[in-house]
Design a protein around this ligand. Sequence first.
Ligand SMILES: Nc1ncnc2c1ncn2[C@@H]1O[C@H](COP(=O)(O)OP(=O)(O)OP(=O)(O)O)[C@@H](O)[C@H]1O
Length: 664
Amino acid sequence: MGTATGTTADAERNGPPEGGGPGGPAGGAGRSAPPDPPERPAPSTPPGPSGAARTSGAADANSAPGPAEASGSSGDPGISEAPGPSPLRLLLSRVRPHQGVLLRAGLLSLAGSGAGLAMPLTAKYAVDAFAADRSPAGPLVALTALVLVGACLSAYGRYLMSRTGEGVVLRARDQLVSRIMRLKVPAVDRLTPGDLQSRVTSDTTLLRTVLSSGLVESFNSVLMLLGTIGFMAYMDLTLLGVTLVVIVGIGAVTSLLMPRIQRAQLRAQESVGAMGAALDRVLQAFRTVKASGAEERETAAVAAAARHAHDRGVTVAKWASVTDVTMMMSIQLAFLAVLGVGGARVASGSLEISALIAFLLYLFYLMGPIGGLVEGWTGLQSGLAAVRRIDEVESLPGEPAPPPAPVREAVRDPGPARPLGVAFQDVVFGYGDERAPAHQGVTFDVPAGGMVALVGPSGAGKSTVFSLLERFYDHDGGTISVADRNIRDWPLAELRGALAYVEQDAPVLAGTLRENLLFAAPEADEEALASAVARTRLDALVARLPEGLDTAVGHRGVTLSGGERQRIAIARALLRRPRLLLLDEVTSQLDAVNEQALRDVILELAEQTTVLVIAHRLSTVRHADRIVVLEEGRVRRAGTHEELLTEDDLYRELATTQLAADAR
Ligand SMILES: Nc1ncnc2c1ncn2[C@@H]1O[C@H](COP(=O)(O)OP(=O)(O)OP(=O)(O)O)[C@@H](O)[C@H]1O
């Protein structure tokens, strides 16, 4: 027990890895992605005879991440942009389990489109039949059958594709959420919640887009393009030549516009992210904004960001319309050229009128595959970016699976929980920033059973003791033992299962009061629940609430006072029947009566288990069996209240000022 020995902070960093992938945080330039944009809608061009509206490739940049991310903007400063496996490989690895059904879906769509492809030729036969005064019934029946069969095949193919896409999205979300739950605390410390959310929501949604439009549609479009050109060649080679000259010429011009659209989308997406960040800032500190009278200023800041997003969105719209028009023009110009050349050839008798009609129908049919290719290209870009963003989260360092069982043995076993002792020996730990390490050689013992209080000035490293015990962070040097066993040798789930931690600002989760109380011990019975409620003096609150324990609290529920929240957190910890209870300033917001009651509960608990408390009240430390005084990341002295009063200047000062003041 006693003084620190002062090892340096440069001692070896993190302990042995416990799982999780490679990669790690580094400060990347960041922007926040918008929280939950919907799937990117496809702007339309006029439908061809197939009836399928095609995109020009310009996405609604204000609504969802487009190819923006493809250019390397990770979006979160906490996620490194270190090169990993190629995004295409990652994408294909997600698609591989579904390749069979995707192939079927693709073939069905292709067959559907192929039926459409046979229509102009059949229409030619109908026209020929009319011209030759024959019955057109055969070609007309065939045309009707082609329409119906084509529609059914396409619809089923699309359904299969969408269903598979939803499956891929679900799988990606499941994996991502379970990964996020297992991320190590330091990794999450560096992330932006909004960005993380957008990876789970919009980025996973983009996977579906890339599957359907990016891969399958592109594949189908190429085949359809070749098929259409083949039919056109069969109809008339000269007219095909005229068509290709016009389309390839305009296509070359359009391709020059593509990088501009991509850049414009990137900027638009960044500005949407910036707007989200501005709004996030206000919502995070909503009361402070109001209390500071800063509504106008903050409104102006968010409005400026929104205006910026608008301006950039308009730029995207400008380039998108130019591309749309250019593409449409290519078909219309080709139409005029074919009409001119074809008309002259019909007049000279070198081409049948029915062949010209069929050729013109094929010409409009081209619009579908061309639009599909452009859409596929943009879809692929955004999908690749999404895959990379998802993979970035999945390769952050994680804790071993499974997560700690919420219910410990002790909850099922009504017998007394055996208390755990704790020993810190020369513990060194820094949070990885440039400041001095939070622990610079901390040494103290906590015997099994009883209550030990940690005191010290703000920033001395008291809460860090708890974070290290919970293994939210791995210490850099020295040894931490729990029950004489090195903390690194404890299975994480077992270690956390033996502890209960009441945080300084214990949050209430959105849900009912009952759910909140049972959060750490869902299997606790009604009797245990009633006892915890009574011991923490929550019974008056329960009686006051309209639906008692089943009243919704937190967000969209009843708002609770700071003291009520603290008592809920303590009740939650009691229900867990911990072998080591970590209490962080738990009585700071309680009134005298409740504080007295809870102190009695804690003292009673200390007879059965080990209680380690960060105390800010004289009344708490007086009852502690031992007090450890921390200062600047070191243990200054340890002893009883009386010993420390006479032996330690800092403690005496704390006892007469801070601890006494907090005692009210
Ligand atoms: N998550 C974190 N990331 C980076 N630095 C941190 C983090 N948490 C704490 N620190 C820093 O580590 C040092 C010790 O913090 P700690 O919270 O342990 O002090 P404390 O004694 O509990 O203070 P207080 O009484 O004010 O709660 C402080 O300098 C603090 O700023």
